[in-house]
Design a protein around this ligand. Sequence first.
Ligand code: BTN
Length: 335
Amino acid sequence: MTTRGELLHYLKHSNGAWISGEALAAGLGISRTAVWKQVRALQGEGYGIESSPRKGYALRKASDLLLPAEIRDGLQTTRFGRQGIAYFPQTDSTNLRARQLAAEGAPEGTLVVAETQLQGRGRRGRGWHSPAGEGIYASLILRPRIQPQEATQLVLLAAVAVAEALLASAELPFTIKWPNDILVGGKKIAGILLEMSLETERVDHVVIGLGLNVNPPAGGLPPELAGIATSLGAAAGRTFSRAELLRRCLEKLEGLYDRFLAGEREPIRRRWHELAGIVGERVRIAGIDRIYAGRVVEIDADGFLILESAAGARERILAGDLSLADGGPERFRPA
Ligand code: BTN
């Protein structure tokens, strides 16, 4: 841990009580002036630290930033978020940064987070609206020893993990929209962009990028998103700690990933089906080169959507934009 991280640890664990500069200096093995400099730096990062010449220092408010120390505080994983967190107040895209780090050899579990992205990327070449300080924009590096065709299952896994993290945070009817959007009240709250790099026959690394709208942006959503997107805060009517939510996502992701590596893939697929509730629905899918229409049979073990046409023909679809015929059931319809 860095000296600043250690100082923060002391302040957090005194639960708001004063700690003298002398005691901190002794504990950290630095001078009182150095303690004061580190406190100033923490204040610069948004921590509300009160100081008094006689009493010392007391933490009044944690930072609202998604700083590595905030993410790690209480994180119950063994690898995810523990192998290094690259934090950017602003970057082009956390997925791009993660891919670069992975190409340079960053280990599995390395996390990239940003307060805002200038070129946040969505599926199918779209952008991802990334207002500063309101959402989670994070990318995780994985190095699974799997064949490229197995990676599609990680898309389902990531959607289930994020949906479970949301369900643990708020009592709201979250649903998954194929392949990996998370909706609440028919509006999108989170999206996942999975990118992989291959080595001849097998996967070298996978980057799972998560965009999660946590608290409503001060200026509201841009008009083109207002009817189709929302945030957790807007849906629940309260604000949420982004660090806590990201910890939950990492914990759920690691738990499911370990099961996936241990060969327990069927329970993940089953849970995906439960959360998506899409089997039997009539849908329309804009695929890469054509439109499909029919009734959903299932997501198969490889992660493909199986669609049955009116004539009874079955097709396996890997990716596309799904919409429900006739507006679909209530849970998929915007309020
Ligand atoms: C989608 O629904 O189209 C996927 C959106 C994924 C957005 C996230 S934000 C963090 C990470 N970095 C990116 O550039 N994209 C993903």
